[in-house]
Structure formats: C-alpha cells, structure tokens
Design a protein around this ligand. Structure first.
Ligand code: SF4
Length: 413
C-alpha cells in the first residue's frame, strides 16, 4: 500500500510460556500491565504523524488486555496518526481469553480482525505444545468471535510436530476449515535450542517428523486449502480472496512500519530500530520521556536489497523486477547473475505475469534458493551516488522520527 505505513503494537505478557516459543514475552509482572499500556500509549504519542493502513496487536498474548486498555491504545493511535477509515485492526487472541463479553469489548474498541492462536484441534497435540486451551475451547472461541461480530477471523495452526502424521494433521486442517475462517496461518514448527522443546529435540527426547514427512504435510495443506477456495499468498499463509493480511503484507513487501511496545522493531525512513525487549526497561525509559532502543541502524544498499529479496520471495506472487530497479538502481540480472539464470533453468524460480517467484513445489527450499541469490549479490556493485533508493517513508505528513514493530512471520498467542 503505497504512501502509508503499518503500526505494530507489542504486548509481551502471557499466562504461561509455551515450550517452543522464542518470542519476546514473559509470564510474570501482570500487575504492571496498566503501567505498560500507559507506556505504550505514550510511546505512540511520541511518533510523527503519518497515514496508517493497519494496526496489529501482537505478543505475547494481547487478548490478556482488558477491552478498555485496547480502546485506550486505539485512541492513542487515532490521536497520533492519520488512521485510514478502512484500516485493518488485528488482535492476536488466545482461545482461553475469548469469552463473548471480552471479544465484544475488543470489537467495540475498534478491532476488526481476530487472529486466534488455535495451533491444533487435537487435545494431545495441544498438551505437547504446552497450550492451556483444549480443542473444544478453540472451536468455542471462533463461535464467540462470530457472535461478537468479527467477520474477519484468522486461525494459527502448526504442522511438523512430534508424533504428527499426515493423517492427524489433515484431521486438524479439515476441522479448522469447518470453522469457516477467512484466513489460515499454517506454520511448520521450528525450534531453537535455547527453548525447552528445542533442548528436548537436540537431546533426542523428542523426535520431530523427518523432512519428507513435513513436506507431505505441507503439500496436503496446499492441496486441501486450494480445493477449499483459500489462496496461498505467502509460504505459511492462506486466505479467502481479498482477505490476505494487509498488515503482514506490509512486511513482505518491504513497506514501512512503525512499532511500539517492548521488543518492537520498526522500519521507516531508511532506519531500522528495535526497542528493548525488557518491559521493565521499556517502561522506565518512557517514564524518563525517552525510548530505549537496542538497535538503531541505517542499513546499506546491499543489506536492503538482500532483505527485500528474502521478504518478497516469501510471497506466492513473488517479486517485481521493476520495483527492484526503482529501489536499487540495477536490474535483477545485474544484481543476481549467474545464480538467477541457473535457478530459472533448474525450475527453482519462474516468471509469472512479470513477477519472479519460487514455484509451489520448491517453496520448502526457499532458504537454499536465497542462499544462492544472496551469494550472487556478493559480486554486485550497486550504482554509486544513489541517495534516493526508495527509503520507505510511510507517507509521513510531518517530519518523521521512525521506529517500530516486530516482524512476525510465525505467531504464538
Ligand atoms: S507461543 Fe504465544 S502464548 Fe505461548 S508463550 Fe509464546 S507468545 Fe505466549
């Protein structure tokens, strides 16, 4: 969406910590939530005015907020930014906090899209994931969302889990489709050795399905969702026509986003920032009238081009060669040969309607493809003297300061 930006709002609190999770979150300090919300509102009000096309409350578990706290943050957003009347406003919700009254309150606060962290509709799988909800509670959550007038509901699911067969995954998928969501995010489990589940995998106490089994589950996902009328628009995301997440598309299109909250990353006006992930430090900084940034950089042209490529190739539409030329002053061929031709000849890349993309059958080897392309960029010399290379401005209507949210490609709450 040209000329506008997304707004990400991070809420780091969770009732408990799931053993696979490595997001910025904590299961303590709930008494500080009112102060945290006030700090986020203050953080927002420090930002420059710009046009906003989406707001995303991510976490953590934003559904732990009270509806009036969400309303406070929506108000702070409207006061600070020029929020489009048709802005997509998403809140991530845990099925455990989806009782009707709460959802009705979120809807009244301005939230118009709910992203529910279902993860599985199989109770033993939910137990393995350390989730506190049951499959029936997840189904009830979707029904409550409809009753609360949400007509845009997304469900998060996970595949590639220990003990998961293609049949068991298919059962969850079919069950989820029966709930009628407008959007589905189906993430392949990846675990870091720094989290408990990752240590269990590394220690041989938990065996994940092999690559072939995961590929089978993924292929079933593509096939079944396509047959049910869901369009795959990103590696892990499917939507009814017109229901792709506008907010997440912002990231994959390498467009600007502003972010507030502990751990939030931002990308505006050529500046990448990340706030401290510590809520205590975050709040203390806001109390002093400042923001505690743990990252603040202006990436060079090659770094930006690599990021653009890595993000854009996640999209099923692929990347626009003309967009690359306008942003970076070279053609894709100048930047990526000879890898580009090799990958096209090897059917790892294809051109469809002018866009360069990874064929459906090669999506699971996206990392290898990127490695080749990034390697080719080592020999690329970007044009000298370009100072106007498409820095995302987000349609700033005042002198911009920039900061922002967290790049979410896999979710939890
Ligand atoms: S997966 Fe979600 S609910 Fe679980 S700890 Fe992480 S952010 Fe919290």
């Amino acid at each position: 969406m040209v000329g506008t930006a997304a707004l990400y709002v991070h809420f780091p609190y969770c009732v408990s910590i799931c053993p696979y999770c490595d997001f910025d979150r904590q299961a303590t300090g709930f008494g500080s939530i009112p102060r945290y919300v006030a700090a986020v509102a203050a953080d927002m009000r420090r930002q420059s005015r710009r046009r906003i096309h989406s707001i995303f409350f991510g976490g953590g578990t934003p559904s732990l907020m009270e509806p009036d706290q969400v309303a406070t943050l929506c108000r702070a957003a409207s006061d600070t930014f020029d929020v489009r009347a048709d802005a997509e406003i998403t809140l991530e919700a845990n099925p455990g906090e989806c009782e009707s009254a709460r959802l009705t309150g979120f809807r009244a606060a301005g939230v118009n899209r709910l992203s529910i962290g279902v993860q599985s509709l199989d109770d033993s799988t939910l137990e393995q994931l350390g989730r506190r909800h049951t499959a029936e509670e997840a189904r009830t959550a979707v029904r409550s969302a409809r009753a609360a007038d949400f007509d845009n509901v997304s469900l998060d699911l996970m595949l590639g889990l220990a003990g998961m067969t293609t049949e068991r995954w298919l059962a969850t998928l079919v069950d989820a489709i029966a709930l009628g969501p407008e959007h589905l995010s189906c993430y392949i489990l990846t675990v870091d050795e720094r989290v408990p589940m990752g240590r269990d995998v590394a220690g041989g106490r938990l065996i994940l399905p092999d690559e072939g089994a995961v590929a089978d589950q993924y292929e079933v996902t593509q096939r079944v969702l396509a047959a049910e009328g869901y369009e795959q628009y990103e590696i892990s995301n499917w939507a009814r026509p017109g229901r792709a997440s506008r907010h997440n598309l912002t990231y994959w299109r390498d467009e600007p986003y502003v972010g507030v909250g502990a751990g939030a990353a931002g990308w505006v006006d050529g500046r990448r920032t990340k706030r401290t992930p510590s809520p205590a430090r975050y709040m203390a900084a806001l109390d002093r009238g400042t923001v505690d940034l743990v990252e603040d950089e202006r990436p060079d042209l090659i770094t930006r081009a690599r990021d653009w490529l890595a993000l854009g190739l996640r999209l099923r539409r692929g990347i626009d060669p003309e967009d690359f030329r306008q942003r970076f002053g070279s053609t894709l061929s100048q930047a990526l040969e000879p890898a580009l031709s090799d990958l096209i000849v090897g059917h790892r890349l294809e051109t469809v309607e002018g866009f360069l993309r990874i064929p459906a059958a090669s999506v699971l080897v996206t990392s290898e493809i990127l490695l080749r392309l990034h390697g080719a960029m080592d020999a690329w010399t970007p044009p000298l003297g370009r100072s106007d290379w498409g820095s995302p401005s987000g349609g700033s209507v005042a002198q911009s300061e920039a900061e922002g949210p967290q790049l979410r490609t896999a979710r939890g709450a």
